[in-house]
Design a protein around this ligand. Sequence first.
Ligand code: PBG
Length: 338
Amino acid sequence: MVAVTRLRDFTRTRRTRRTEALRSLVRETRLDPSMFIYPLFITHGTNVRTEISSMPGQYQISVDQLAREAAELRELGVRAVLLFGLPASKDPEGSEGYASDGIVQQAIRELKRVDPDLVVVADICLCEYTDHGHCGLLTATGEVDNDPSLDLLARMALSTVEAGADIVAPSDMMDGRVGAIRDTLDDAGYTSTPIMAYSAKYASAFYGPFREAADSTPQFGDRRGYQMDPANALEALREVDADVEEDADIVMVKPALPYLDVIRAVRERTDLPLAAYNVSGEYAMVKAAVQNGWLDERRVVLETLTGIARAGASIIITYHAKDAARWLRESASPRGGA
Ligand code: PBG
């Protein structure tokens, strides 16, 4: 009798961890392929499928490859893609970014042709298209010039929506771009097209592999004059507030892993859907360790994505999307799963 009382002196949290069925019953965070957005890098030419050396398993692909890509994503239950373009040529104004026959516009038309239900998100930024590699226009002294850049970003957004994009996602970090894009889309009659704003986008070293993938390295200087200082979290909330004020439909924190606290803070700030971008450098780190035999890829990736979701993201942009979707399906089937 005395022993029973003593046994109850501590909390037995292990009771609900005993079997996979119990663990699954009390699980607080669930991943589903429908919450993933898969980034694609589109390049000119035909039959192109060039692996990105710093992002093993990711490719620059030509438009003719998209039917196969869309079929694979549909099969896996991944229902959204984010498009980046590699233009045929670059100039100071990034003009292929807003050309009606630009590479991304061609890709959007092809994706909507082969799979009209796929959610096609167009990344809106000039850095892949400008010869200087910055995200906006430059002044004579080489500063990124905010207000004149808004017009070009809005033109780019409109041209991708005209091509069929379902969502536009400005990643340039110019002030006022969400409002400028909203006004331009509304004036053209596209009042129903959502904007996913890269609201808290940090000046991060984790974009390194992406800049190889999208050939968008700034030719001088860096992006610290427009992207956020990694030390700031309160400022992220001001960025989110400004984008909400300008009528953003989805807000984003980017990168994900070094900014889980920011994801949580933004989750508590707004009721809008919240996306997190698990960026190229985060992917590259995992791949490098896996290739060395140092980490178990499946477990590390699912744990990482779960952590991002647990922090508060309901949408995750990730290069792991296809693999994760496959693993989630395997563990859902009665025989599969570790
Ligand atoms: C364009 C853009 C970048 C990324 C997404 N959109 C690069 C940058 O800002 O330099 C990074 C994505 C990734 O690293 O996976 N501005």
